[in-house]
Write a protein that binds this ligand. Structure first.
Ligand code: NAD
Length: 366
């Protein structure tokens, strides 16, 4: 059954990691290493069943293959999950045991932070393996990726405006920003630097007040965000907010934001396209975070990071072009761009085995 699933999803390798003393139950899924070593975060979650954890890691690792490919990175897709409650089950032994499993893969999988994991947990992983990114800045890590993600989102936005309106004049349009968290607030700041009109909502009232006081945004209610007259809807909170119901209410022409998995389903993506809306696929727009940590592999450099974020403009433009060329919705065009790149570049090189920079391999957290 598991082999059938792996064959259907196209995974190369799935590793079940167990250490009784440390209480570790983890799964590492390597989806595709044609472009390079697989990179993707470690998630810790109290999954209700092992099957739920398997499904999640397979889905997420496949998603990383597409995200890394569209981002133009020389990296494949992988992901790891630890079955456990991040509020109760964390320990040095747990993360060091996990780090040993990562190390045993000799660079085929490089880990990072994801839901339930913070930079302190990564310190323990880093004791056991160099194949880790998102470590603290004192170890050459890249720190909070949110400002980079926001800047990358702005590049994706400009490409979307250009595809829709034929210009990329950010200040000329109005925006409905849903979520003023780490990325959302930085994005708002960038929009306001262009003097754009910004509507904002968040379940956290203090953040909304900050957006109003510091950046001159207009506050709207949680549900009202779908009814504004903004030309751009920018989901920067949770996923799944574009549904048949919200789509019926949105008056925007462009959808571009940092949230993951914005479309409630593929059918919604088809409907977005039928209605003539310009949807910038989430994983192409919000690649700033993974781009940023990927630079830790050869030695982090902020200038290189900013330069890399600008490529998001090109990636999103290319997706709109493919959608037009092939007459398909943009969410499918993004997948096609990823598949085309894996196929073309894959023919140039052999499947990846290990080789990351020797300096990266020699790193240790102690
Ligand atoms: P965050 O938790 O700092 O911010 C999310 C904000 O959304 C919070 O302020 C929260 O109160 C608000 N929120 C939650 N539900 C809401 C709702 N129903 N209506 C309005 N507001 C709501 O998270 P973040 O790091 O800013 O990430 C935002 C999104 O971007 C997430 O989907 C995340 O997966 C994605 N993303 C983030 C990064 C990054 O670099 N942080 C990178 C890629 C993708």
């Amino acid at each position: 059954m598991i082999f059938e699933t792996i064959a259907n999803t196209g995974h190369e390798e799935v590793v079940f990691c167990h250490n009784k003393d440390a209480g570790l139950k983890a799964i590492i899924a390597i989806h595709n290493t044609v472009l390079g070593p697989s990179l993707g975060g470690l998630r810790m979650w109290p999954y209700k069943s092992e099957q739920e954890a398997i499904n999640d890691v397979l889905r997420l690792s496949r998603g990383m293959t597409y995200k890394n490919a569209v981002a133009g990175l020389n990296l494949g897709g992988g992901k790891a999950v630890i079955i456990g409650d991040p509020a109760k089950d964390k320990s040095e032994a747990l993360f060091r045991a996990f780090g040993r499993f990562v190390n045993s893969l000799n660079g085929r999988y490089i880990t990072a932070e994801d839901v339930g994991i913070d930079v302190n947990d990564m310190e323990w992983v880093f004791r056991e393996t160099s194949f880790v990114t998102g470590v603290h800045q004192v170890h050459g890590g890249s720190g909070d990726p949110s400002p980079f993600t926001a800047f990358g989102t702005l590049q994706g936005l400009m490409a979307s405006l250009n595809a829709c309106f034929g210009n990329e004049d950010v200040g000329k349009y109005s925006y409905a920003v849903q979520g003023a968290g780490h990325v959302g607030m930085e994005f708002i700041k960038l929009l306001r630097e262009h003097d754009a009109k910004v509507y904002v909502t968040d379940i956290n009232k203090q953040l909304v007040q900050r957006a109003v006081d510091d950046y001159g945004c207009t506050a709207v209610g949680l549900d009202e965000i779908y009814d504004t007259d903004a030309e751009v809807y920018s989901p920067c909170a949770l996923g799944g907010t574009i549904t048949m119901e919200t789509l019926g209410r949105l008056k925007c022409k462009v959808i571009c934001g940092a949230a993951n998995n914005q479309l409630a389903s593929n059918e919604i993506g088809d409907e977005v396209s039928r209605r003539g809306l310009f949807y910038a696929p989430d994983y192409a727009v919000n690649a700033g975070g993974v781009m940023n940590i990927s630079l830790e592999i050869d030695g982090y450099n902020r200038e290189r990071a900013m330069r890399m974020m600008r490529t998001i403009y090109h990636n999103v433009s290319r997706i709109f072009e493919i959608a037009k060329r092939d007459g398909i919705p943009t969410y499918l065009a993004a997948d096609r761009l990823a598949e085309e790149r894996i196929s073309t570049i894959g023919k140039l090189r052999l499947p990846h085995l290990s080789a990351v920079a020797p300096s990266f391999q020699g790193r240790r957290g102690n």
